[in-house]
Ligand binder design. Structure first.
Ligand SMILES: [Zn+2]
Length: 407
């Protein structure tokens, strides 16, 4: 929601009350995100066999599957009898454990923090999407080479207007104010050229805070979204209520960064389905806000899911004055389950769909040949109990074994 901790929002804003062995590759040359050096890549190959494969696409699991990884990439994956394991591969029999894509948290703050990134990676969250806050794109590039840190996908400052959100109400300067569609187009282009991966628009008009906050005009929002698309990336929108959601959808944004907590009409859902808009609910944020907001968010999520809407996993980590779950976001997934999402739907939200929200589905989010080898192996079947996602056996990030509880 915002970018730094604030003493009790409910006090400040009364309005809200109402509402490596590096694998194949490998020499285990360092063991934590702290050391800042690259692993030595030797070109060796690893094969996981006897897997229960959940590939992130939503397809039914494959029993007795295998996956072959080499030089940081998945080179083959599928049923054991049709997946060739090279004779020189290091074979690891996982004895029926479940093999999934590395998970992605598609809404965090404090992503520009080495320790946080290391904790995420170690828990199987191999990518996070930072949706605005203090950021250094040069540091992001450097840290992205370290497999012991989660990959950081970042928006940088929000596109907003003078005296707009998040300066008001939070006092946060992490925004780029624009005064015209032309300025919006220029700022977005410059931001992406400087290293931002995606764009975040502040569509906050203040209703949730019982105040009026100036925000992007329809023309400015449209120009910003179009500029992002012209640069081959996506635009996410901060909204908290349906009125602002409608403005964001009208501008053509690709994903919505929070669930709304007021009445959600079918007419907007219909437009969102037509446009394949992703929704990142941040149920953890809303439960921290309290006052029934968590339940309202779960209820609207249920409505969107039942209508066939696409969901991506995201918590708003550190976006509020509360202790968010660092690592695998089990609480968020429990609330998603309460909204009627099946374990498979939750898994797809945390893998394929979250990769979409990062504009990285081409190389992340599913276990398919040619993609980056971000792999999570857990004991037990998360389709039977989603909590099994916390029973980690092995984490592979960028082809490097960064956690192996068997060794
Ligand atoms: Zn946020």
């Amino acid at each position: 929601m915002c970018f730094f901790r604030i003493n009790s929002l409910l006090t400040v804003i009364p309005g809200l009350r109402a509402l490596a062995i590096a694998i194949p590759v490998i020499l285990h040359v360092f063991s934590s995100c702290d050391k800042g050096t690259e692993p030595t890549i030797t070109g060796n190959t690893i094969a996981l066999t006897n897997c229960t494969l959940i590939d992130g696409t939503g397809h039914a699991p494959i029993l007795n599957a295998a996956i072959v990884i080499s030089d940081g990439l998945i080179v083959a994956v599928g049923p054991a009898d049709s997946t060739t394991v090279p004779t020189d591969a290091r074979v690891m029999n996982v004895h029926g454990a479940t093999v999934l894509p590395g998970f992605i948290n598609a809404h965090v703050h404090s992503g520009f923090d080495r320790e946080n990134l290391a904790t995420w990676a170690n828990s199987g969250v191999t990518t996070v999407r930072d949706l605005a806050g203090p950021s250094s794109f040069a540091w992001k590039e450097k840290i992205s080479k370290d497999p012991y840190c989660a990959l950081l996908v970042a928006a940088g400052p929000m596109i907003s207007v003078p005296n707009g959100y998040p300066l008001v109400p939070w006092g946060s300067p992490n925004m780029l104010p624009v005064n015209s569609p032309e300025e919006a187009q220029i700022e977005v282009a410059q931001l992406l050229d400087s290293g931002a991966d995606i764009i975040k628009l502040a569509m906050e008009s203040g209703e949730a805070f019982k105040m009026t906050i100036p925000s992007l005009t329809p023309e400015e929002a449209l120009a910003a979204v179009n500029a992002a698309h012209q640069h081959g990336t996506i635009a996410s929108a901060h909204v908290l209520v349906t009125r602002d959601l409608a403005r964001a959808v009208e501008a053509g944004v690709d994903d919505i960064a929070h669930m709304v907590v007021d009445y959600l009409p079918d007419s907007i859902i219909d437009v969102m389905l037509d446009d394949s808009v992703l929704w990142v609910p941040t149920l953890e944020l809303w439960h921290h806000v309290g006052g029934g907001m968590g339940e309202a968010a779960v209820s609207n999520l249920r409505k969107y899911v039942q209508a066939g809407g696409k969901i991506a996993l995201g918590t708003d980590f550190d976006g509020y004055n509360a202790r968010f779950e660092l690592g695998m976001p089990m609480h968020e997934m429990e609330w998603m389950s309460q909204a009627g999402m099946s374990p498979m739907q939750v898994i797809v939200a945390g893998t394929r769909n979250a990769a979409l929200a990062c504009n990285r589905l081409a190389d992340l989010g599913t276990l398919e040949a040619g993609k980056i080898a971000d792999v999570l192996v857990v004991n037990g079947n998360p389709l039977e109990d989603i909590h099994n996602l916390a029973n980690i056996r092995l984490v592979i990030h960028r082809g490097v074994i960064i956690r192996d509880l068997e060794s």
